[in-house]
Design a protein around this ligand. Structure first.
Ligand code: HEC
Length: 167
């Protein structure tokens, strides 16, 4: 009895459905299109620009570069400038006097003839004293604590200290 009525209802229902479905589809396509557009803004179109390329190349340069210019090579290979040897006075005042002037830590004092003579005798003279000064002895650090001093400088300093002590 209500077949006609219900048929009309179905038709209206279908129309409403397709209208809604169409709107949803349209909305989805709209969102899809927007996404494509947004993605195109984010992703760069071409490769890096020239400036970017140059910066990149500078950053991946090897750390050490081969030097091929002979003038530059000569400069790079030049040995370190050797300092002038110090005089005995300079060595004693800069490296030895701190302990030996006043006899710090039991160091033989400058001018203490008896102490120096005894020590010299104990180690076999100048060479023995020099080698003790080079290697260090008990409280005395090797080379008076200055590894930069040469054997000759140490020897000259010991000679001077003996001289000043009248040995
Ligand atoms: C940090 C203090 C100190 C400095 C700096 C120092 N000496 Fe000495 N030196 C000593 C002491 C302490 C002794 C005594 C070591 C011992 O017999 O136990 C000594 C002993 C010596 C002796 C006698 C070694 C022996 O066999 O008895 C000589 C030589 C000597 N020093 C030379 C030098 C010279 C040269 C320098 C500087 C280049 C120097 N010292 C710097 C502390 C020092």
């Amino acid at each position: 009895m209500s077949s006609k009525h219900s048929h009309h209802d179905d038709k209206a229902h279908d129309q409403a459905f397709f209208r809604t479905f169409g709107m949803v589809l349209a909305a989805l396509f709209g969102i899809f299109g927007f996404c494509i557009f947004a993605a195109s803004l984010i992703v760069p179109k071409a490769g890096p620009s020239e400036a970017e390329q140059a910066r990149l190349e500078a950053r991946i340069q090897p750390v050490g570069q081969a030097i091929t210019d002979p003038a530059v090579l000569l400069k790079a290979a030049a040995p370190k400038v050797k300092r002038e040897p110090m005089s005995a006075e300079q060595v004693v005042s800069s490296a030895c006097g701190a302990c030996h002037t006043a006899g710090v830590l039991g160091a033989p004092k400058l001018g203490d003839k008896a102490d120096w003579a005894k020590r010299s005798g104990a180690v076999g003279g100048l060479d023995g004293l020099v080698s003790a000064a080079i290697k260090g002895k008990n409280q005395m650090p090797a080379r008076g604590g200055n590894p930069d001093l040469s054997d000759d400088e140490i020897k000259a300093a010991v000679k001077l200290m003996l001289e000043k002590s009248g040995v």
